[in-house]
Every structure is written in structure tokens, then in C-alpha cells.
Design a protein around this ligand. Structure first.
Ligand code: SAM
Length: 290
């Protein structure tokens, strides 16, 4: 990394900033961990990276050293002049002020492409990297994975417990695990202790890498239908599927039994035991497309 990069701590002091808890501003201040996150994205000079929540640019510096273009979206307007000044001599790094949940990642990348201004979004490959505010992790995951086109890869820093839920296997599945694994192959990488952040959060974090699938893991289902059935199944997690499905899909328990049995699923099983393929089979049965 360029040794010009100031520490986030220096920037906080120099600009007299109060970090906002409401925006999840726990800055990662340990350069070894920052380098490992950037390294996990396997960046090359041809890569375009969308960074979510650059904060004071600590991770951005590491991304800028490796990638051909970095576009970072930050919600906190106060940080924009600091970021723009810090990266004034890095023309391949740009900052967008806004809420990532209200922006289409592929469009931002395309809009900022200097050689194609004003044209429609092209399918330019990109990667997503971010140390996410914890309170929007699930929403960001969904937004990014469902965006068109999605990134080829995402490397995200999330709460340890959330990372474990993303990579769970049958027996411990959740709506989050099904949603992530439908679109990507998640891997939990290294742990980052709470002490590596300023201010120190209450819990440890973990880096996760999501290799986005070219096609969803389950074929022949419309994602909206698939997730309607999955959400219904997880609507009453501790209950047997026949009960949660009848509540979530507003049908009788007998109807739920018939759908489950025709899909080869024992109606007394619980949602966390189903594989993605079993959810797919159930969706096709419910919608009469099996
Ligand atoms: N990347 C920096 C680091 O690693 O030290 C900062 C990470 S901090 C956990 C999360 C950052 O996301 C904050 O700067 C916060 O202002 C920003 N943020 C919060 N909500 C956001 C949103 N909806 N869209 C974009 N940025 C957001």
C-alpha cells in the first residue's frame, strides 16, 4: 500500500469528526486486516470495484493499490470532502454520495465511465467490497445479489455470527443462508477481532467471500416464487413445515401436507433442514410447474 495513506485515527482528529453510531461507523484501523480484506477479492489491474461505505478511505487505499477502478458509495455527506481531498491524486478512484440501497450498482459504475457518458448500463463486470454497517447487512446482501447484473464477487466484512449463518448447511439453514446460497457460493475467511476497530464494536467480525454464481443454484424456478415459499417456510422457524407453510401461504395444513409429500419432503421436518434443491422442488409443486 502507498505509505502516503494516513491512519483513520489521524483523519478523525485532523477533521474533528464525531463518528456516528447511527451509521455503523466502526472504522477498521488495523492495516494488516485491511490488506487481507483487499487481498481476498483477488483484484487485478483490469478490475472495477464498488466499495460500500468507505468511511475515511482506509480500505479504499488498499483497493486503489490493486484495482483498475474504484468507485466508493458513502452515505455520510461530511466525509465526502475528506475522501475527495485524500484521493485527489488518484484519478481511478471516485466517490458517490448516496445510500447504496437506493442505487443500482451497475448503473453507478457505468455512469462514471468516462468514455461512455449518458449511455445505458452495460454488463461491465465488477466486484463489491465493503466493511458493512451491521444493521444493513442483510438488506445490502439482497440488494447487491439481486441487482442486474450482479457483481462477479463480493468480499464483505460482517458480524461473526452473520458469517456463520451465511455458510450454514442443512440442519442449520436460515432465510439468510438460503438467500445467499441461491445466488452465490459463500466462504467464511478470517476473523477480525473487535479491537481492530475504532470505536470497538461489541462483537468480532469475519470476512466473507461470495463467489456469485453465473446462474442461481436452483433452476426452473422464478426467484420471486422461490422466495415466497422459502419465506413462508421460515415464518415460524421452530414449527414443522406443514404448520409454517399453511400459515405463510394461507392454505390448509392438509394442502401443505400434500405439497410437501409430493415434493418428497416429510411434512414434520423443519425449515432449517431443507436443502436449496428441496426448496426448489417444493416451489415447483406449489406452483404446479413440477
Ligand atoms: N470502510 C471503512 C472502514 O473499513 O473503516 C468504514 C466502514 S464503517 C463500518 C461503514 C461505513 O458505511 C460508514 O462510513 C457509513 O457512513 C457508511 N454507510 C452507512 N450506511 C450506508 C449506506 N446505506 N450506503 C452507503 N454507505 C453507508
Amino acid at each position: 500500500m502507498s505509505n502516503k495513506a494516513p491512519s483513520p485515527l489521524d483523519l478523525v482528529r485532523r477533521h474533528n469528526l464525531n463518528l456516528k453510531k447511527s451509521l455503523g461507523q466502526n472504522l477498521l484501523i488495523d492495516p494488516t486486516h485491511l490488506a487481507r480484506i483487499a487481498g481476498a477479492a483477488d483484484l487485478e489491474a483490469t478490475d472495477t470495484v464498488l466499495e460500500i461505505g468507505p468511511g475515511l478511505g482506509a480500505l479504499t487505499h488498499h483497493l486503489a493499490e490493486r484495482a483498475g477502478r474504484v468507485i466508493a458509495v458513502e452515505l455520510d455527506q461530511r466525509l465526502m470532502p475528506v475522501l475527495r481531498a485524500e484521493f485527489a491524486d488518484r484519478p481511478h478512484v471516485s466517490f458517490v454520495h448516496g445510500d447504496i440501497l437506493e442505487l443500482n450498482p451497475a448503473e453507478i459504475i457505468h455512469m462514471l465511465r468516462p468514455d461512455q457518458p449518458g449511455t445505458t448500463a452495460a454488463a461491465e463486470p465488477y466486484k463489491v467490497v465493503g466493511n458493512l454497517p451491521y444493521y444493513i447487512t442483510s438488506a445490502v446482501l439482497r440488494h447487491v445479489l439481486e441487482s442486474l447484473p450482479p457483481p462477479t464477487l463480493a468480499v464483505l466484512l460482517v458480524q461473526q455470527e452473520v458469517a456463520q449463518r451465511m455458510v450454514a448447511q442443512c440442519g442449520a439453514m436460515s432465510l439468510l443462508a438460503v438467500s445467499v446460497q441461491f445466488y452465490a457460493r459463500p466462504r467464511a475467511l478470517h476473523k477480525i477481532p473487535a479491537g481492530a476497530f475504532l470505536p470497538r464494536p461489541k462483537v468480532d467480525s469475519r470476512v466473507v467471500r461470495l463467489d456469485v454464481r453465473a446462474q442461481p443454484a436452483v433452476s426452473d424456478v422464478e426467484p420471486a416464487r422461490f422466495f415466497q415459499v422459502v419465506r413462508a417456510g421460515f415464518s415460524q422457524r421452530r414449527k414443522q413445515l406443514r404448520n409454517s407453510l399453511s400459515a405463510g401461504l394461507s392454505c390448509t395444513k392438509e394442502q401443505a401436507d400434500r405439497w410437501l409429500t409430493s415434493s418428497g419432503i416429510e411434512p414434520r421436518r423443519r425449515a432449517e433442514t431443507l436443502s436449496l434443491q428441496e426448496w426448489g422442488m417444493l416451489t415447483r409443486t406449489v406452483y404446479g410447474t413440477a
